[in-house]
Design a protein around this ligand. Structure first.
Ligand SMILES: NC(=O)c1ccc[n+]([C@@H]2O[C@H](COP(=O)([O-])OP(=O)(O)OC[C@H]3O[C@@H](n4cnc5c(N)ncnc54)[C@H](OP(=O)(O)O)[C@@H]3O)[C@@H](O)[C@H]2O)c1
Length: 359
């Protein structure tokens, strides 16, 4: 229930899969409440009508609000609010700009969390080269930090952009070793995603009959997330140089989750024990990332904000397998982890949920 003591959160993204996952997690969050849920097509309709699995929670009774009203109305001077954007790339940057401008004019303290690709790159030209059209609000880019929350060092930003789901799975596997400066040459990533990665609207290549009992690669060495992986890992490298990442995404016959296999070559003389220690040290104290030597399974993380890594070494070859839930750690959960941070809450607030185990 909305309360004076909890922080309002405006959720953008209507009936989308990621918006639904944001709402599932916020339904139990102890320090915030859902102030509104925006839509471009369902204004006035019941939110739990679009997400029947959320009926019976404190989301009961909330109705979708027109997107422009959700962005611009009701800002109160001095009040802290968060906004989470689970809207399509290309449509999000201008929407965030309008919402922040309205909040600033009212003197409200608004924090934006972007789950789309629109604030993932500091450079508007890089964004335009990958997404094929100019950035709609380049003056806002410097206000956002975009990386996996576990990698961020330094002052807490005002706004944050969660990296892509493939990027989260792959960089979490490679980050400790790149940061330690022990990786030589290209990093090869093969990752399999479930069908919820394509969102709610079915299109020919992602339709159930194409995917349900099938496994195939797509966009080999040409996927948009490859550029994100290079940037995030380059920022972690001791010499600041972006590694060469070779990424091959795959579609898998399941709904939720990403399984990534990341192959690296270690510098000569790095032992298996040293590699295991580097990974364990990098995530020591992390509420979400666990490192082991056995390959992890999707069912260990689905519907949670966890990452499980399995480290294997033979000679100079290092293979790390990584599993996440694309909708949770790869989008909604990672975004709420960022939201907790920018609001000054413990980052695991509302996110330490057990998984179902079998799906
Ligand atoms: N699916 C994943 O695993 C995943 C992972 C990481 C990041 N993301 C990112 O998260 C965002 C949402 O993804 P999704 O999978 O939830 O997509 P989705 O299921 O297609 O939902 C997006 C929703 O946004 C609303 N929308 C449509 N056009 C819009 C517009 N022009 N402006 C504002 N809202 C619009 C629609 O709801 P209404 O009709 O109610 O407005 C739509 O259902 C995307 O940017 C995606 O790249 C997704």
């Amino acid at each position: 229930m909305p309360s004076e003591s909890t922080i309002p959160v405006r959720v953008f993204g209507g009936q989308g899969y990621v918006a639904g996952e944001v709402l599932r997690l916020l339904a139990l969050h102890p320090a915030v409440h859902v102030a509104c849920v925006s839509t471009t097509s369902q204004a006035g309709e019941s939110v739990v009508g679009a997400f029947p699995h959320l009926a019976g929670t404190r989301l009961d009774g909330i109705r979708f609000l027109d997107q422009e009203e959700a962005a611009t109305a009701g800002w109160v001077k001095g009040r802290v609010e968060a906004m989470i954007f689970a809207t399509p790339h290309g449509a999000t940057s201008a929407l965030i700009d309008r919402a922040l401008t309205a909040a600033e004019s009212a003197g409200a303290h608004a924090h934006a969390i972007d789950l789309s690709a629109d604030y993932r790159f500091r450079d508007a030209d890089v964004y335009a080269s990958i997404y094929g059209k100019p950035h709609a609000a380049p003056h806002r880019l410097a206000e956002f930090v975009s990386t996996v929350p576990e990698f961020h060092r330094g002052a807490t930003p005002r706004h944050a952009a969660q990296p892509g789901c493939f990027t989260t799975a792959a960089t979490t596997a490679a980050y400790p070793f790149v940061k330690a400066g022990i990786v030589e040459g290209p990093i090869f990533v093969a990752a399999i995603t479930g069908s919820s990665g394509s969102g709610r609207t079915p299109v020919a290549g992602t339709h159930h009959p194409e995917r349900a009992h099938n496994l195939y690669a797509y966009n080999a060495l040409a996927h948009r997330h490859e550029r994100e992986m290079r940037g995030i890992l380059g920022a972690a490298a001791p010499n600041g140089q972006e590694p060469d990442v070779e990424f091959v995404p795959h579609s898998g016959p399941f709904v939720r989750g990403i399984h990534a296999t990341v192959r690296m070559t270690m510098k000569s003389g790095t032992t298996a024990e040293a590699a295991a220690r580097i990974a364990a040290d990098a995530y020591e104290g992390s509420p979400f990332v666990r490192v082991g030597t056995s390959p992890p399974k999707l069912t260990e993380v689905v519907a949670t904000n966890r990452v499980r890594l399995g480290v294997a070494v033979r000679g100079r070859t290092l293979v790390v397998t990584s599993v996440i839930d694309n909708l949770t750690k790869g989008a909604a959960g990672g975004g709420i982890q960022w939201m907790n941070r920018v609001l000054g809450l413990p980052e695991s607030t509302g996110l330490l949920i057990p998984g179902p185990g079998w799906i």
